[in-house]
Design a protein around this ligand. Structure first.
Ligand code: NAD
Ligand code: 0WE
Length: 263
């Protein structure tokens, strides 16, 4: 098993559809010992059965908008694990008014600030607070999206925040490399999760994705999870600062092959 004798914290499960839930299952399957952090008490009931299925009893509240909450959550984790082998950051947020309408018109200073704070800075903050507890050979992982490098309707300021998150991945990798801590990101294709459910025309985006992607389909949280398990394992010991696309190939295709052929 890829992750035997390794301990990972999973941050960002809201419910069973969360990408982080797919990651947790895959990492559990590969023998990792897991702990979970959740944004607020409201989500606890959703996370409990997932933690149970992963044989974990460690559930810690952590709101990444609050430095004290991040600090105390790693203090709490230390009660269970004196050291561990990394964490998965699967957290992103922008106020909903930022994600509908024309970029220039809807983007505000406050919306920009919140999106970057929650979706990018929080990755740095978690690395900072956990650094002293991380073993040699640790791995940190975050989740990005194609909107970081290409435009699309409505993703708006989240695209900027994901660009920041990807640069963050590279700077953290450079900063922590000498401690033998690797830092990577997965850029996932669109998946119908809670964060996606409020998005206008998300179903249309999924069908567009299937049309253009070389594999002719979307990806699942399980597929993202399998790539995550690899990147967090010693099989990926030579990989750091990378953005790995798990998107059925969508990002490499400028035009759908079949449509041209069928004309
Ligand atoms: P999700 O809604 O299941 O997960 C988002 C998580 O962010 C939730 O668990 C939420 O509690 C957490 N979060 C938000 N604000 C927080 C805060 N202040 N403190 C702590 N946690 C907070 O949706 P998801 O799609 O699984 O998203 C996970 C990650 O994957 C995000 O970074 C998202 O941008 C990224 N992503 C999603 C897709 C997609 O299509 N669903 C594609 C590529 C990347
Ligand atoms: O990163 C994401 C989700 C980002 C997200 C979603 C929400 C909805 C609810 C961040 N913040 C919020 N805030 C809310 O209040 N994805 C990659 C999924 C996603 O979101 C989109 C997409 C895709 C794809 C938004 C617009 C356009 C496309």
């Amino acid at each position: 098993m890829l992750l035997e004798n390794k301990k990972f914290l999973i941050a960002g499960i809201a419910n069973k559809y969360s990408i982080a839930a797919g990651i947790a299952y895959a990492m559990h399957k590969e023998g990792a010992e897991l702990a979970f952090s959740y944004q607020n008490e409201r989500l606890l009931k959703n996370i409990k059965p997932i933690a149970e299925a992963c044989s974990s009893k460690i559930l810690i509240e952590c709101d990444v908008s609050d430095d004290d909450s991040i600090k105390s959550s790693f203090k709490e984790l230390k009660q269970c694990w004196s050291t561990f082998d990394g964490f998965v950051h699967s957290i992103g947020y922008a106020p909903s008014d930022q994600l509908e309408g024309d970029f220039v018109d809807v983007t505000t200073r406050e919306g920009f600030k919140v999106a970057h704070d929650i979706s990018s800075y929080s990755f740095t903050a978690m690395a900072k607070e956990s650094k002293s507890m991380l073993n040699e050979n640790s791995a940190l992982l975050t989740l990005s999206y194609l909107g970081s490098i290409q435009t699309m309707p409505n993703y708006n300021v989240m695209g900027l925040a994901k660009a920041s998150l990807e640069a963050n991945t590279r700077f953290l990798a450079a900063s922590l490399g000498r401690n033998n801590i690797r830092v990577n990101a997965i850029s996932a294709g669109p998946i119908k999760t809670l964060a996606a459910s409020g998005v206008k025309n998300f179903r249309k985006m999924l069908s567009q994705h299937s049309k253009r992607a070389p594999l002719g389909r979307t990806v699942t949280a399980e597929e993202v999870g399998n790539a995550a398990a690899f990147l967090c394992s010693d099989y990926a010991s030579g990989i750091t600062g990378e953005i790995t696309y798990v998107d059925a190939g969508f990002n490499i295709a400028a035009m759908p092959l079949n449509e041209i052929e069928n004309d």
